[in-house]
Design a protein around this ligand. Structure first.
Ligand SMILES: C[S@@+](CC[C@H](N)C(=O)[O-])C[C@H]1O[C@@H](n2cnc3c(N)ncnc32)[C@H](O)[C@@H]1O
Length: 513
């Protein structure tokens, strides 16, 4: 690592606010919190100043078939890949899918002297590309506004995306790259690709101008709420309308790096006992009661004590409330109606010996439920079907004691983990989601046993999907008694100290008379 200004070795002050390195994404695939932040990966050949000072005695192998002549272990390569991913998200792709696509399409680029070196290069550029893409999407409106100020005529999309990634890195205070390295590598990336080579001079000029006038430019850009908060205008308006004075806090919470929180499997350990195990292993963490612990720094799940044996799972603290609220007991028949990837399914099965049907409409996602349960060594009937249509194969006219309706929603409560969501959603989506949620709720109420409980859950902060849905549901059903539940759980950031730190969720509980 090198100091941004002097080039002297240093350690980053904190983990990347936007970044997800390769090990963290493995963590994510094993829990219901899809992505976890980690320290930014520094490609080995990040550019001459970094390389010369950071790793003088460790020459890294060079891939033999790099893209446009860019070494795969260079920052230029990662910037080029990051720009592709950002462009794909702008065009409507989900971030994980865009990342998976670029990793797959450039698989052949990696060709080092031996398999170990090849793996290291691949892991480095994957980590660096993820880091750049996550960071950039967390600042997209801001860097777009800066580009608008510095480039009078809108640049070609590919040039704009490369500039957005490079400006994001220049604006960060916790990356290992010097400003000189970022400019140099961005210009190299522009020069290497046929679709951006004509703009190498522009890239150079824009980045240098930004460095000269950084604070004034940022100050001016932030006068526009879209650039300041990094959400589309309609989203900011909706949050303001719903949350008034609280809205700045809600918007800000969506732009921070989410912690890596674990749920402790109570069949194996208490959160206190597992915390002690972590401390013995030298892993800093604190309790996130009632069920979990929060790591001080994200890490690969494989390195967590007991992870392979199902002792812990990655799950946001807000999401950990669901299974507890369903109040399951041994012998109950339980339906987890929108179950994939199975985070809450696993928790329900950890809490009691129940007969559980895990229903999911998306077959590939349903497979992930099985993967999660295998690691936990727990069992459920995983069924692919439509929760809005009670029929075979998941409904055999036998009512359920408990129904978890973790319905599809805007995901507006979990944007800190998914910085792409705000750019992918459209205002109309909300109306369609509300209808879909009502259809599912209507159907699921039919399968609840008398005396049984249905828990309605969204990871949304929009009242249309949350309290308004609960009120609509209660009003139309004389046989429904609304029980106590947290209602809207606002996204909460612990900040420097301890205290709650969770995504935004909504919980409503209904009992059938
Ligand atoms: C919020 S996610 C569920 C998260 C999950 N409960 C967990 O904790 O891991 C909603 C899920 O509902 C699924 N889904 C959407 N419409 C559905 C339907 N009509 N029937 C069943 N599942 C549906 C989606 O594919 C998605 O996997």
């Amino acid at each position: 690592m090198t100091d941004r200004k002097t080039g002297a070795p240093r350690t980053p002050r904190s983990a990347s606010p936007g970044g997800v390195a390769a090990p963290a994404s493995r963590a994510a695939r094993n829990g219901d919190a899809p992505r976890k932040p980690a320290r930014p990966a520094a490609p080995r050949g990040a550019g001459s100043p970094v390389r010369a000072t950071a790793q003088p005695s460790k020459p890294s192998p060079r891939p033999s078939s790099p893209r446009h002549g860019l070494p795969q272990d260079s920052l230029a390569y990662a910037l080029d890949a990051g720009a592709t991913v950002v462009g794909a998200v702008r065009a409507g792709a989900a971030l994980p899918a865009a990342l998976a696509a670029i990793f797959a399409s450039r698989e052949q680029d990696t060709s080092a002297h031996d398999a170990g070196a090849e793996r290291a290069i691949r892991s480095d550029w994957h980590g660096a590309t993820q880091d750049i893409a996550y960071r950039t999407l967390r600042e997209l409106a801001l860097v777009d506004a800066v580009i608008g100020m510095l480039v009078p005529k809108a640049p070609a999309p590919r040039v704009r995306d490369l500039l957005a990634c490079a400006l994001t890195l220049l604006n960060a205070t916790d990356t290992p790259y010097t400003s000189h390295t970022v400019v140099d590598q961005a210009v190299r990336a522009a020069a290497a690709a046929p679709e951006t080579a004509f703009a190498r001079g522009l890239v150079n000029a824009v980045l240098r101008n930004f460095l000269r006038e950084q604070s004034a430019l940022l100050e001016r850009a932030r006068r526009d709420p879209v650039a300041r908060w990094n959400y589309p205008r309609w989203w900011i308006d909706a949050v303001r309308q719903a949350w008034g004075e609280q809205s700045d806090g809600v918007l800000a919470a969506g732009n921070v790096q989410a912690p890596m929180t674990l749920r402790v499997n109570r069949r194996h350990a208490t959160p206190q006992a597992y915390l002690a195990t972590l401390h013995e292993a030298g892993i800093a963490a604190e309790l996130a009661l009632p069920c979990g612990v929060r790591l001080a720094k994200a890490m690969a799940v494989e390195r967590l004590p007991g992870f392979a044996d199902g002792v812990v799972s990655v799950q946001d603290a807000g999401a950990q409330r669901a299974a507890l609220l369903l109040d399951v007991a041994d012998g109950m028949r339980v339906l987890d109606a929108c179950a994939a990837p199975g985070g809450k399914t696993g928790h329900l099965l950890e809490l009691a010996d129940i007969r559980l049907v895990a229903l999911e409409s998306d077959a590939p996602r349903a497979r992930r439920i099985g993967d999660n349960l295998r690691r936990l060594r727990l069992e459920a009937d995983v069924v692919v079907g439509d929760a809005g249509h009670p029929a075979a194969p998941w409904w055999d006219d036998k009512p359920f004691d408990r129904v978890l309706a973790d319905v599809p929603c805007s995901a507006s409560g979990i944007v800190r983990r998914h910085p792409d969501i705000r750019w992918l959603r459209r205002p109309d989506d909300l109306r369609a989601l509300v209808q879909q949620q009502r259809r599912i709720l209507d159907a699921l109420w039919q399968v609840v046993a008398p005396g049984g409980i249905l828990l309605y859950v969204t990871c949304s902060i929009f009242p249309e999907e949350s309290e308004e849905q609960a009120a609509w549901f209660e009003q139309g059903r004389p046989d429904a008694v609304r029980l106590t539940a947290p209602g809207q759980l606002m996204p909460t950031v612990a900040g420097e100290g301890s205290g709650p730190d969770h995504d935004g969720f909504f919980y409503a509980r209904f009992q059938k008379r």
